[in-house]
Design a protein around this ligand. Structure first.
Ligand code: F6P
Length: 319
């Protein structure tokens, strides 16, 4: 292997830059050439590919977002689009590709692998919804952002004796909501894993009020319900003023924390090591503090992420 490509795809995540830097610096130190592909699979399809050097990744380790750019590109599901992408890679003599992104991006990498083109996937998403890894790049940084927001909501919600609902990203995964809620001391946690049972929630809120709670924070994962309607419902049923806050894309930005920078650097370098050992079609993870790799097809099709039942139980107990 002599030349590798790297791209970031899907929703950006803090630490993606550090991961690209890890790939580039490791590859250069091993005598390989590295090519950056702009705006994910879209740029790959449009042949927007440039050679990177040491300086291309100077001063990016501490920056949020991704300097390579990212895009959602559903067209990559079509075989002729992927064929064009492979042709572009071959045009530059690129032997293998490192894809940094979430589950959608892994799907593209899986398809390229199935077409005979070696790819390595690195988990870059704030959602922590990728199989085969305990942590995704960006997840812990986003968690700190959410906790900061919850702390601020606590100030105002306690001053006004209100109930606050905070909507957290995560798509179909409740990890970011659950962990942020535990760290932020939220009273109620609603995630895709728990489901939303309005009557049950109301019962618990009333129980809290009976116990003397003057205010409360409800953390809920996005896409489950309209949080403004839920706030109105709670207010109508309890007589307590209730406000909803949607944190939105603020959760995706900001400087990566130390953990994410280190994780991303390790994963980026590890991807290059795997390619040099002749591996392709793998995805990288961290499990029990060790770098691991799994078959990317197996990870998408068969591996499931564990539901943290014990942490939901803990959160209930601390309520
Ligand atoms: O996958 C990361 C994520 O931020 C999800 O939490 C969210 O559902 C989605 O991306 C939002 O996507 P977009 O930025 O394309 O609206």
């Amino acid at each position: 292997i002599k030349k590798i490509g790297v791209l970031t795809s899907g929703g950006d995540a803090p630490g993606m830059n550090a991961a690209v830097r890890g790939v580039v610096r490791m590859a250069l130190s091993e005598g390989l050439e590295v090519y950056g592909i702009y705006d994910g699979y879209q740029g790959l399809h449009q042949n927007r590919i440039e050679k990177l050097d040491r300086k291309s990744v100077s001063d990016v380790i501490n920056k949020g977002g991704t300097f390579l750019g990212s895009a959602r590109f559903p067209e990559f599901k079509e075989e002729h689009v992927r064929e064009q992408a492979i042709e572009n890679l071959k045009l530059h003599g690129i032997d293998a590709l490192v894809v940094i992104g979430g589950d959608g991006s892994y799907m593209g990498a899986k398809k390229l692998t199935e077409m005979g083109y070696p790819c390595i996937g690195l988990p870059g998403t704030i959602d922590n919804d990728v199989a085969g890894t305990d942590y995704t790049i960006g997840y812990l940084t986003a968690m700190n952002t959410v906790i900061d927001a919850i702390d601020r909501l606590r100030d105002t919600s306690s001053s006004h004796q209100r109930i606050s609902i905070v909507e957290v990203m995560g798509r179909h995964c409740g990890d970011l909501t659950l962990m942020s809620a535990i760290a932020g001391g939220c009273e109620y946690i609603i995630t895709p894993e728990t489901g939303l049972n309005k009557e049950n929630l109301l019962e618990k809120i009333k129980e809290g009020i009976d116990k003397g709670k003057k205010h409360a924070i409800i953390a809920i994962t996005e896409l489950m319900t309209d949080v403004n309607e839920l706030a109105k419902y709670i207010e109508d049923q309890t007589g307590r003023e209730t406000r909803a806050t949607v944190l939105g894309h603020i959760q995706r930005g900001g400087q990566p924390t130390a953990f994410d920078r280190i994780l991303a650097s390790r994963m980026g370098a590890y991807a290059v090591e795997l390619l040099m050992e002749g591996h392709g079609g793998r995805c990288v993870g961290i499990q029990n503090e060790q770098m691991v790799h799994h078959d990317i097809i197996d990870a998408i099709e068969n591996m499931r992420r564990p539901v943290r039942t014990e942490l939901y139980t803990l959160a209930e107990k601390l309520f």
